[in-house]
Design a protein around this ligand. Sequence first.
Ligand code: EPZ
Length: 418
Amino acid sequence: MDKIIVEGGWRLSGQVKISGAKNAALPILAAALLVDGWCEFTNVPQLRDVDSIKQLITHLGAQVETPEPGVVRINAGGLCNHEAPYDLVRKMRASVLVLGPLVARLQKARVSLPGGCAIGSRPINLHLRGLQRLGARIELEHGYVEAAAEKLCGADIYFDVVTVTGTENMMMAAVLAEGVTVLKNAAREPEIIALAEVLTQMGADIQGAGTSEITITGVSALQPVKVAIIPDRIETGTFMTAAALTGSRIEICDCEPTHLNAVIHKLRLTGAQIDIRKDSLTIQGRDEIASIDIKTLPYPGFPTDMQAQFMVLMSVAKGLSVISETIFENRFIHVSELKRMGADITVSGNTAMVRGMAALSAAPVMATDLRASASLILAGLVAKGRTEVQRVYHLDRGYEAMEKKFAALGAAIKRLPV
Ligand code: EPZ
């Protein structure tokens, strides 16, 4: 297990290139299970989570090749195993995304229940109810979900709460179903639109992706595609927050600014100057950061995956910030580590009160989940002294070579094997 050492106090400068989006790559690689033939995906981020889903897809009987870094080819013509075992699913809960494609292609699936994780219980009841609405029989036993359906039939599916992977799973289950499926209260994230575009290129009939009502008309078969993964909006927001935090001016390239309207709006309110271009942006942080409130919401609201990073910014802002986390029930785990670095944060239920202060102090800290890890790296950039972040395997799940990208921007940061 590696650790990352950060010496605080350095301004950043220069350019950083954004990698492909983890949360687009995972459902899109799973969608290849729907196709008999070679699909090719480019701009695929090199992440632990991507490795996990490639391993699972191989286990299911598909061929997976990585001819060069960032390129993944999948041929699910030989798909034969309908079981996603616990030892693979526990590594990455988004493995549940193979559920819809397996039932659609093999008429059955046996997928380990993902269980909870650090940020919450993360149930998949809405995924299962959606499959039942499409005619699948669902049984839960020994920690596994068993789903079976000779033929899935289109239906109206209403999501009690907005679920990103739930929407993705049901889209992938419905594209080969008989008849019309309407997803209501569907997620609207850019990753949903990206998946719908890939499925449409494969030959699916999908209308309304990006809105809260998506209509899928089943087709008989899908064709192989070659597509690029969209840029990672959360990685983009993380580097923007780093610039705001350190009063730096950096250029962020190969990104999609229109996917970050809420984050850009909030960063501008803190005083950052942001100039947007088609696939890049420049952000200039200020020495005095204004405190503002944020509330996490489904897209296009402020993303929960940016909450921890923003909390670091508010920890050194001028004033009081109220941060409300409405998506996950336990996504303040980073608070205790930030308080060890001197942050003044009080948590009550799903609300954190952050009293900004002059500076954080470096400390040895422990990463607990993906975005909490990123927040600790950000804190290290401005804390006085040397911060050591342990258990950075969490970081490697969702950020491609983060410490190298920060070092190229001038940060005093390095990774050490433990
Ligand atoms: C996706 O998780 C993302 N992961 C998460 O990113 C992200 O935080 C989350 O969406 C919210 O935007 C991927 O796309 C791989 P949800 P997902 O289903 O789909 C409840 C990261 O850091 N719910 O949208 O698992 C659930 O408990 C990760 O990159 C049910 O109750 O999240 C939560 O409170 C973390 N029943 C809310 O819905 C269900 O069947 C939103 O969860 C499904 C979800």
